[in-house]
Design a protein around this ligand. Structure first.
Ligand code: ADP
Ligand code: MG
Length: 385
């Protein structure tokens, strides 16, 4: 049974009727542009083949029923009038937050029955949370005929995660899940959400992109994210700009000089400004067909995250070092840091050797075995039936 049929059957079993429709929204991996999205900068994610899939029907009685095939709990039943920011610490906060954000924005959502399942690894830095939000937003937008554009769905989902769930995240994850196209990476300007689809078909050029999920999440990651974010805001304030995005790469040295002995802020600023420039370099290399040349840019990005932004960890560094020693074209950590996943760009012929080398290095270091899979740039959110 395919994903659509499975989630449809699950819905019928739970709620005793066919759903009005089934939708899917993918997780994402970020090719380059890390910790730039809350600095109004550039990012370049692409969608994974892994998706959250939801069967949904409308209700008119102000009730919301939620069920995930991947969680042990039964059906959660909520009243729309009771939805309140940070009132829910369970997984249900993500879909409920979307309903809350839609209603807050004045959209006439009168209730829903939702059953979902997801193949996006959770907590691996691949945005299972955004997949969950976007699939619900797209379904409700369609069913209640809200006429929302994809970027508007992304904004509402970000609001759900920031305000309702209470997790400070930028706009990249939700936009990637809502807007990506198969065979492309999404060049996104997070200031105005303008976007360009950049052809990114590695298989056609004999290459592969591996995702290595380290399966670790170091405990302090949330607090560290907040500290980096606050440090970037401090840097922008000291430099008299709205966001670090406003420091052109050509002015970086002068900006660093102006920051004087603010050593930590200097490192954060240097990462963000050079990272924005790396995104622009990757875009221009891909446009001119020099795909293999993006490898060294990814490696530079990793060094910047490790040494300047200081959010890598031994597991992520080991993936990158081992992959490069094994002949990879490029590799870097991706996502928030302190665990989660790394990406490896490699010739197709080297996939097995590199995978084996990473697995062996993890075993030798006494780390949990990593999960390695190939990431093919896939479609964004869509209705399945
Ligand atoms: P990431 O987005 O990197 O995967 P997050 O911590 O942002 O990590 O989101 C993970 C959370 O999303 C989980 O703790 C859970 O609450 C929710 N979630 C993800 N997938 C599912 C699922 N299939 N069913 C229910 N909840 C899910
Ligand atoms: Mg998330």
């Amino acid at each position: 049974m395919g994903a659509e049929q499975q989630v449809r059957a699950g819905f019928v079993e739970l709620y005793g009727a066919e759903p009005e429709g089934v939708w899917a929204a993918p997780g994402r991996v970020n090719l380059i542009g890390e910790h730039t999205d809350y600095n109004d900068g550039f990012v370049m994610p692409f969608a994974l083949p892994h998706t959250a899939t939801a069967a949904v029907s409308r209700r008119t009685d102000g009730r919301l029923r939620l069920h995930s095939a991947d969680v042990e709990d039964g059906v959660a039943e909520l009243r729309l009038d009771d939805l309140a920011p940070e009132s829910d610490r369970a997984w249900t906060a993500y879909p409920a937050g979307v309903v809350w954000a839609l209603r807050e924005a004045g959209h006439p959502v009168t209730g829903a029955d939702i059953h979902l399942t997801s193949t996006v690894p959770s907590g691996a830095g691949l945005s299972s949370s955004a997949a969950l939000e976007v699939v619900v937003a797209l379904a409700l937008g369609d069913l209640f005929e809200l006429g929302l554009q994809r970027w508007q769905l992304a904004r509402l989902c970000q609001r759900a995660e920031n305000v309702y769930v209470g997790a400070p995240t930028g706009i990249m994850d939700q936009t990637a899940s809502a807007c990506c196209e198969a065979g492309h990476a999404l060049f996104l300007d997070t200031r105005d959400l303008s976007q360009k689809q950049i052809p990114f078909d590695l298989a056609a050029e004999g290459m592969r992109l591996l995702v290595v999920d380290t399966q670790v999440k170091h405990a302090h990651s949330d607090g560290e994210y907040g500290k980096r974010r606050a440090g970037c805001e401090k840097g922008a304030a000291l430099l008299g700009v709205d966001a670090l995005r406003d420091i052109p790469y050509a002015d970086l040295d002068a900006a660093l000089e102006r920051l004087g002995d603010e050593e930590e802020v200097r490192r954060l600023v240097r990462h963000v400004v050079t990272e924005d420039q790396r995104v622009e370099r990757v875009v221009s290399l891909l446009k001119s067909g020099e795909t293999r040349a993006i490898g060294p840019v990814l490696v530079e990005g990793h060094a910047s995250l490790r040494d300047d932004f200081r959010i890598s960890c031994p597991e992520l560094d080991l993936v990158v070092d081992t992959a490069l020693a094994g002949g990879a074209l490029g590799a870097r950590m991706t996502g928030g840091g302190f665990g989660g996943s790394a990406i490896v760009l490699t010739e197709a012929a080297d996939v097995d050797t590199i995978t084996k080398a990473v697995e062996e290095a993890f075993a030798a270091a006494g780390f949990t075995a990593p999960r390695v899979f190939e990431a093919v740039p896939s479609a964004g959110a869509r209705r399945l039936g």
